[in-house]
Each structure stands twice: as C-alpha cells, then as structure tokens.
Design a protein around this ligand. Sequence first.
Ligand code: ADP
Length: 195
Amino acid sequence: MNSPTSQATRLLIMGPPGSGKGTQASLLSEHIGIPAISTGEIFRAIEASNSPESAPVRAIMQSGGYIGDEVTAGLVADRLSQDDCRFGFLLDGYPRTLPQVETLDALLGRSGQTVDAVISLVIDVDDVNGRLLKRADIDGRADDNQETINVRQRVYAEQTAPLLDLYRARGLLVEVDGGGPVQDVAARILTALGR
Ligand code: ADP
C-alpha cells in the first residue's frame, strides 16, 4: 500500500506580479485539499506585526525587491514542516531565485520528496499592469503603485522568469493561459493537471 507521502501532491505556481497566482492558488488548494502557502502573505503578516523584522521587511517589499534567500528559506522550511503539509502543498511565490530552487530541492530531498508539477501562468505584461493598479484601489497593497510595480516586473524578469526554463528542462512545467475570467483560468489549470 502506498504511504500518504507517496500519494502527496506537491505543486508550485509561478507567474509575474499580477498574474493572479494568489487567487488561483487559493482555488486550486481548496479543490485538491492541500494548503496554499504564499511567501508574499507570510511577509505581509510579518510586515503588519510588531516584530523587529517588520520594518526591514516593509522597506524591501515597498522597494519591489526580494527578501533575502536565507530569511525566506527559514520561513518556508518551518511552514513545510507543519502537519498540514504531509499530504502535499501548493507553494505560491516560492522559489523565486536559483538559490531558492536549490534550497527547496534540498529541503524536500531530505525526506525523499520532489515537486510534482510547476504551474506557470502566462500573461501579457500590459494586462498585469492594469490588474495591479486596479487591485491597488481595492486592497490598498503598498507595493501596488506604478513605481514599485515596474521594479517588481523587472526583478521577476531577471531573477524568476529564468526558473521556468529550469523546470521545463525537468519536465515539470505546466503552462496555462492566465488571461480572462478567474473561473476560466481555474478550469484551464485543472484540465492541464488532469484533475
Ligand atoms: P507578487 O507576485 O504580485 O509580487 P507576492 O505576494 O507573491 O506578490 O509577493 C510580494 C512581495 O513579497 C515580493 O515583491 C517580495 O518582496 C516578497 N516575496 C514574496 N515571496 C518571496 C520570495 N520567495 N523570496 C523573496 N521575497 C519574496
């Protein structure tokens, strides 16, 4: 009989800022019954806390840059070690750099685990800019202003987009058109994953 570990579903979702990966991660995690883990949300919680890390995290997020790989690694390792991740997880926004890929590989490798699939939301830069500015009005996220959006897009293109080739080479990349209504994108993801 298979152990729960071998039946687990371990997914990543990637896409440029404003691609809707947070929204799709929530829907997909509910559908499959695994936790969606957003490093952006973890950092927003730290930002809103009274901890000593709050001010430096806020400064980095408002600049549009990435939090350091070591800090991020510790938070992800803690989260993945929690009980609700034993049947799998969906990581939203991690890994974002090559060292983060190596960290995740090592972390999972320690317990004989691997990533099963990497969902890549494909969307036009002009479309995402409009979405982000609209979200700024609704959610009031401090990093959704034009200046920070430009930096986030550039940092994504330089540091994160190259990871798509890496996962493609591993045969894990599942590319999905991220345009159009939320439910249409969600349906495309499920079809692409064969669920
Ligand atoms: P978006 O993809 O729209 O930029 P996220 O909520 O995923 O939104 O991330 C918001 C911010 O949180 C990022 O701009 C970055 O500063 C920080 N962040 C999130 N995930 C990571 C990560 N894996 N490594 C470093 N910084 C991160």
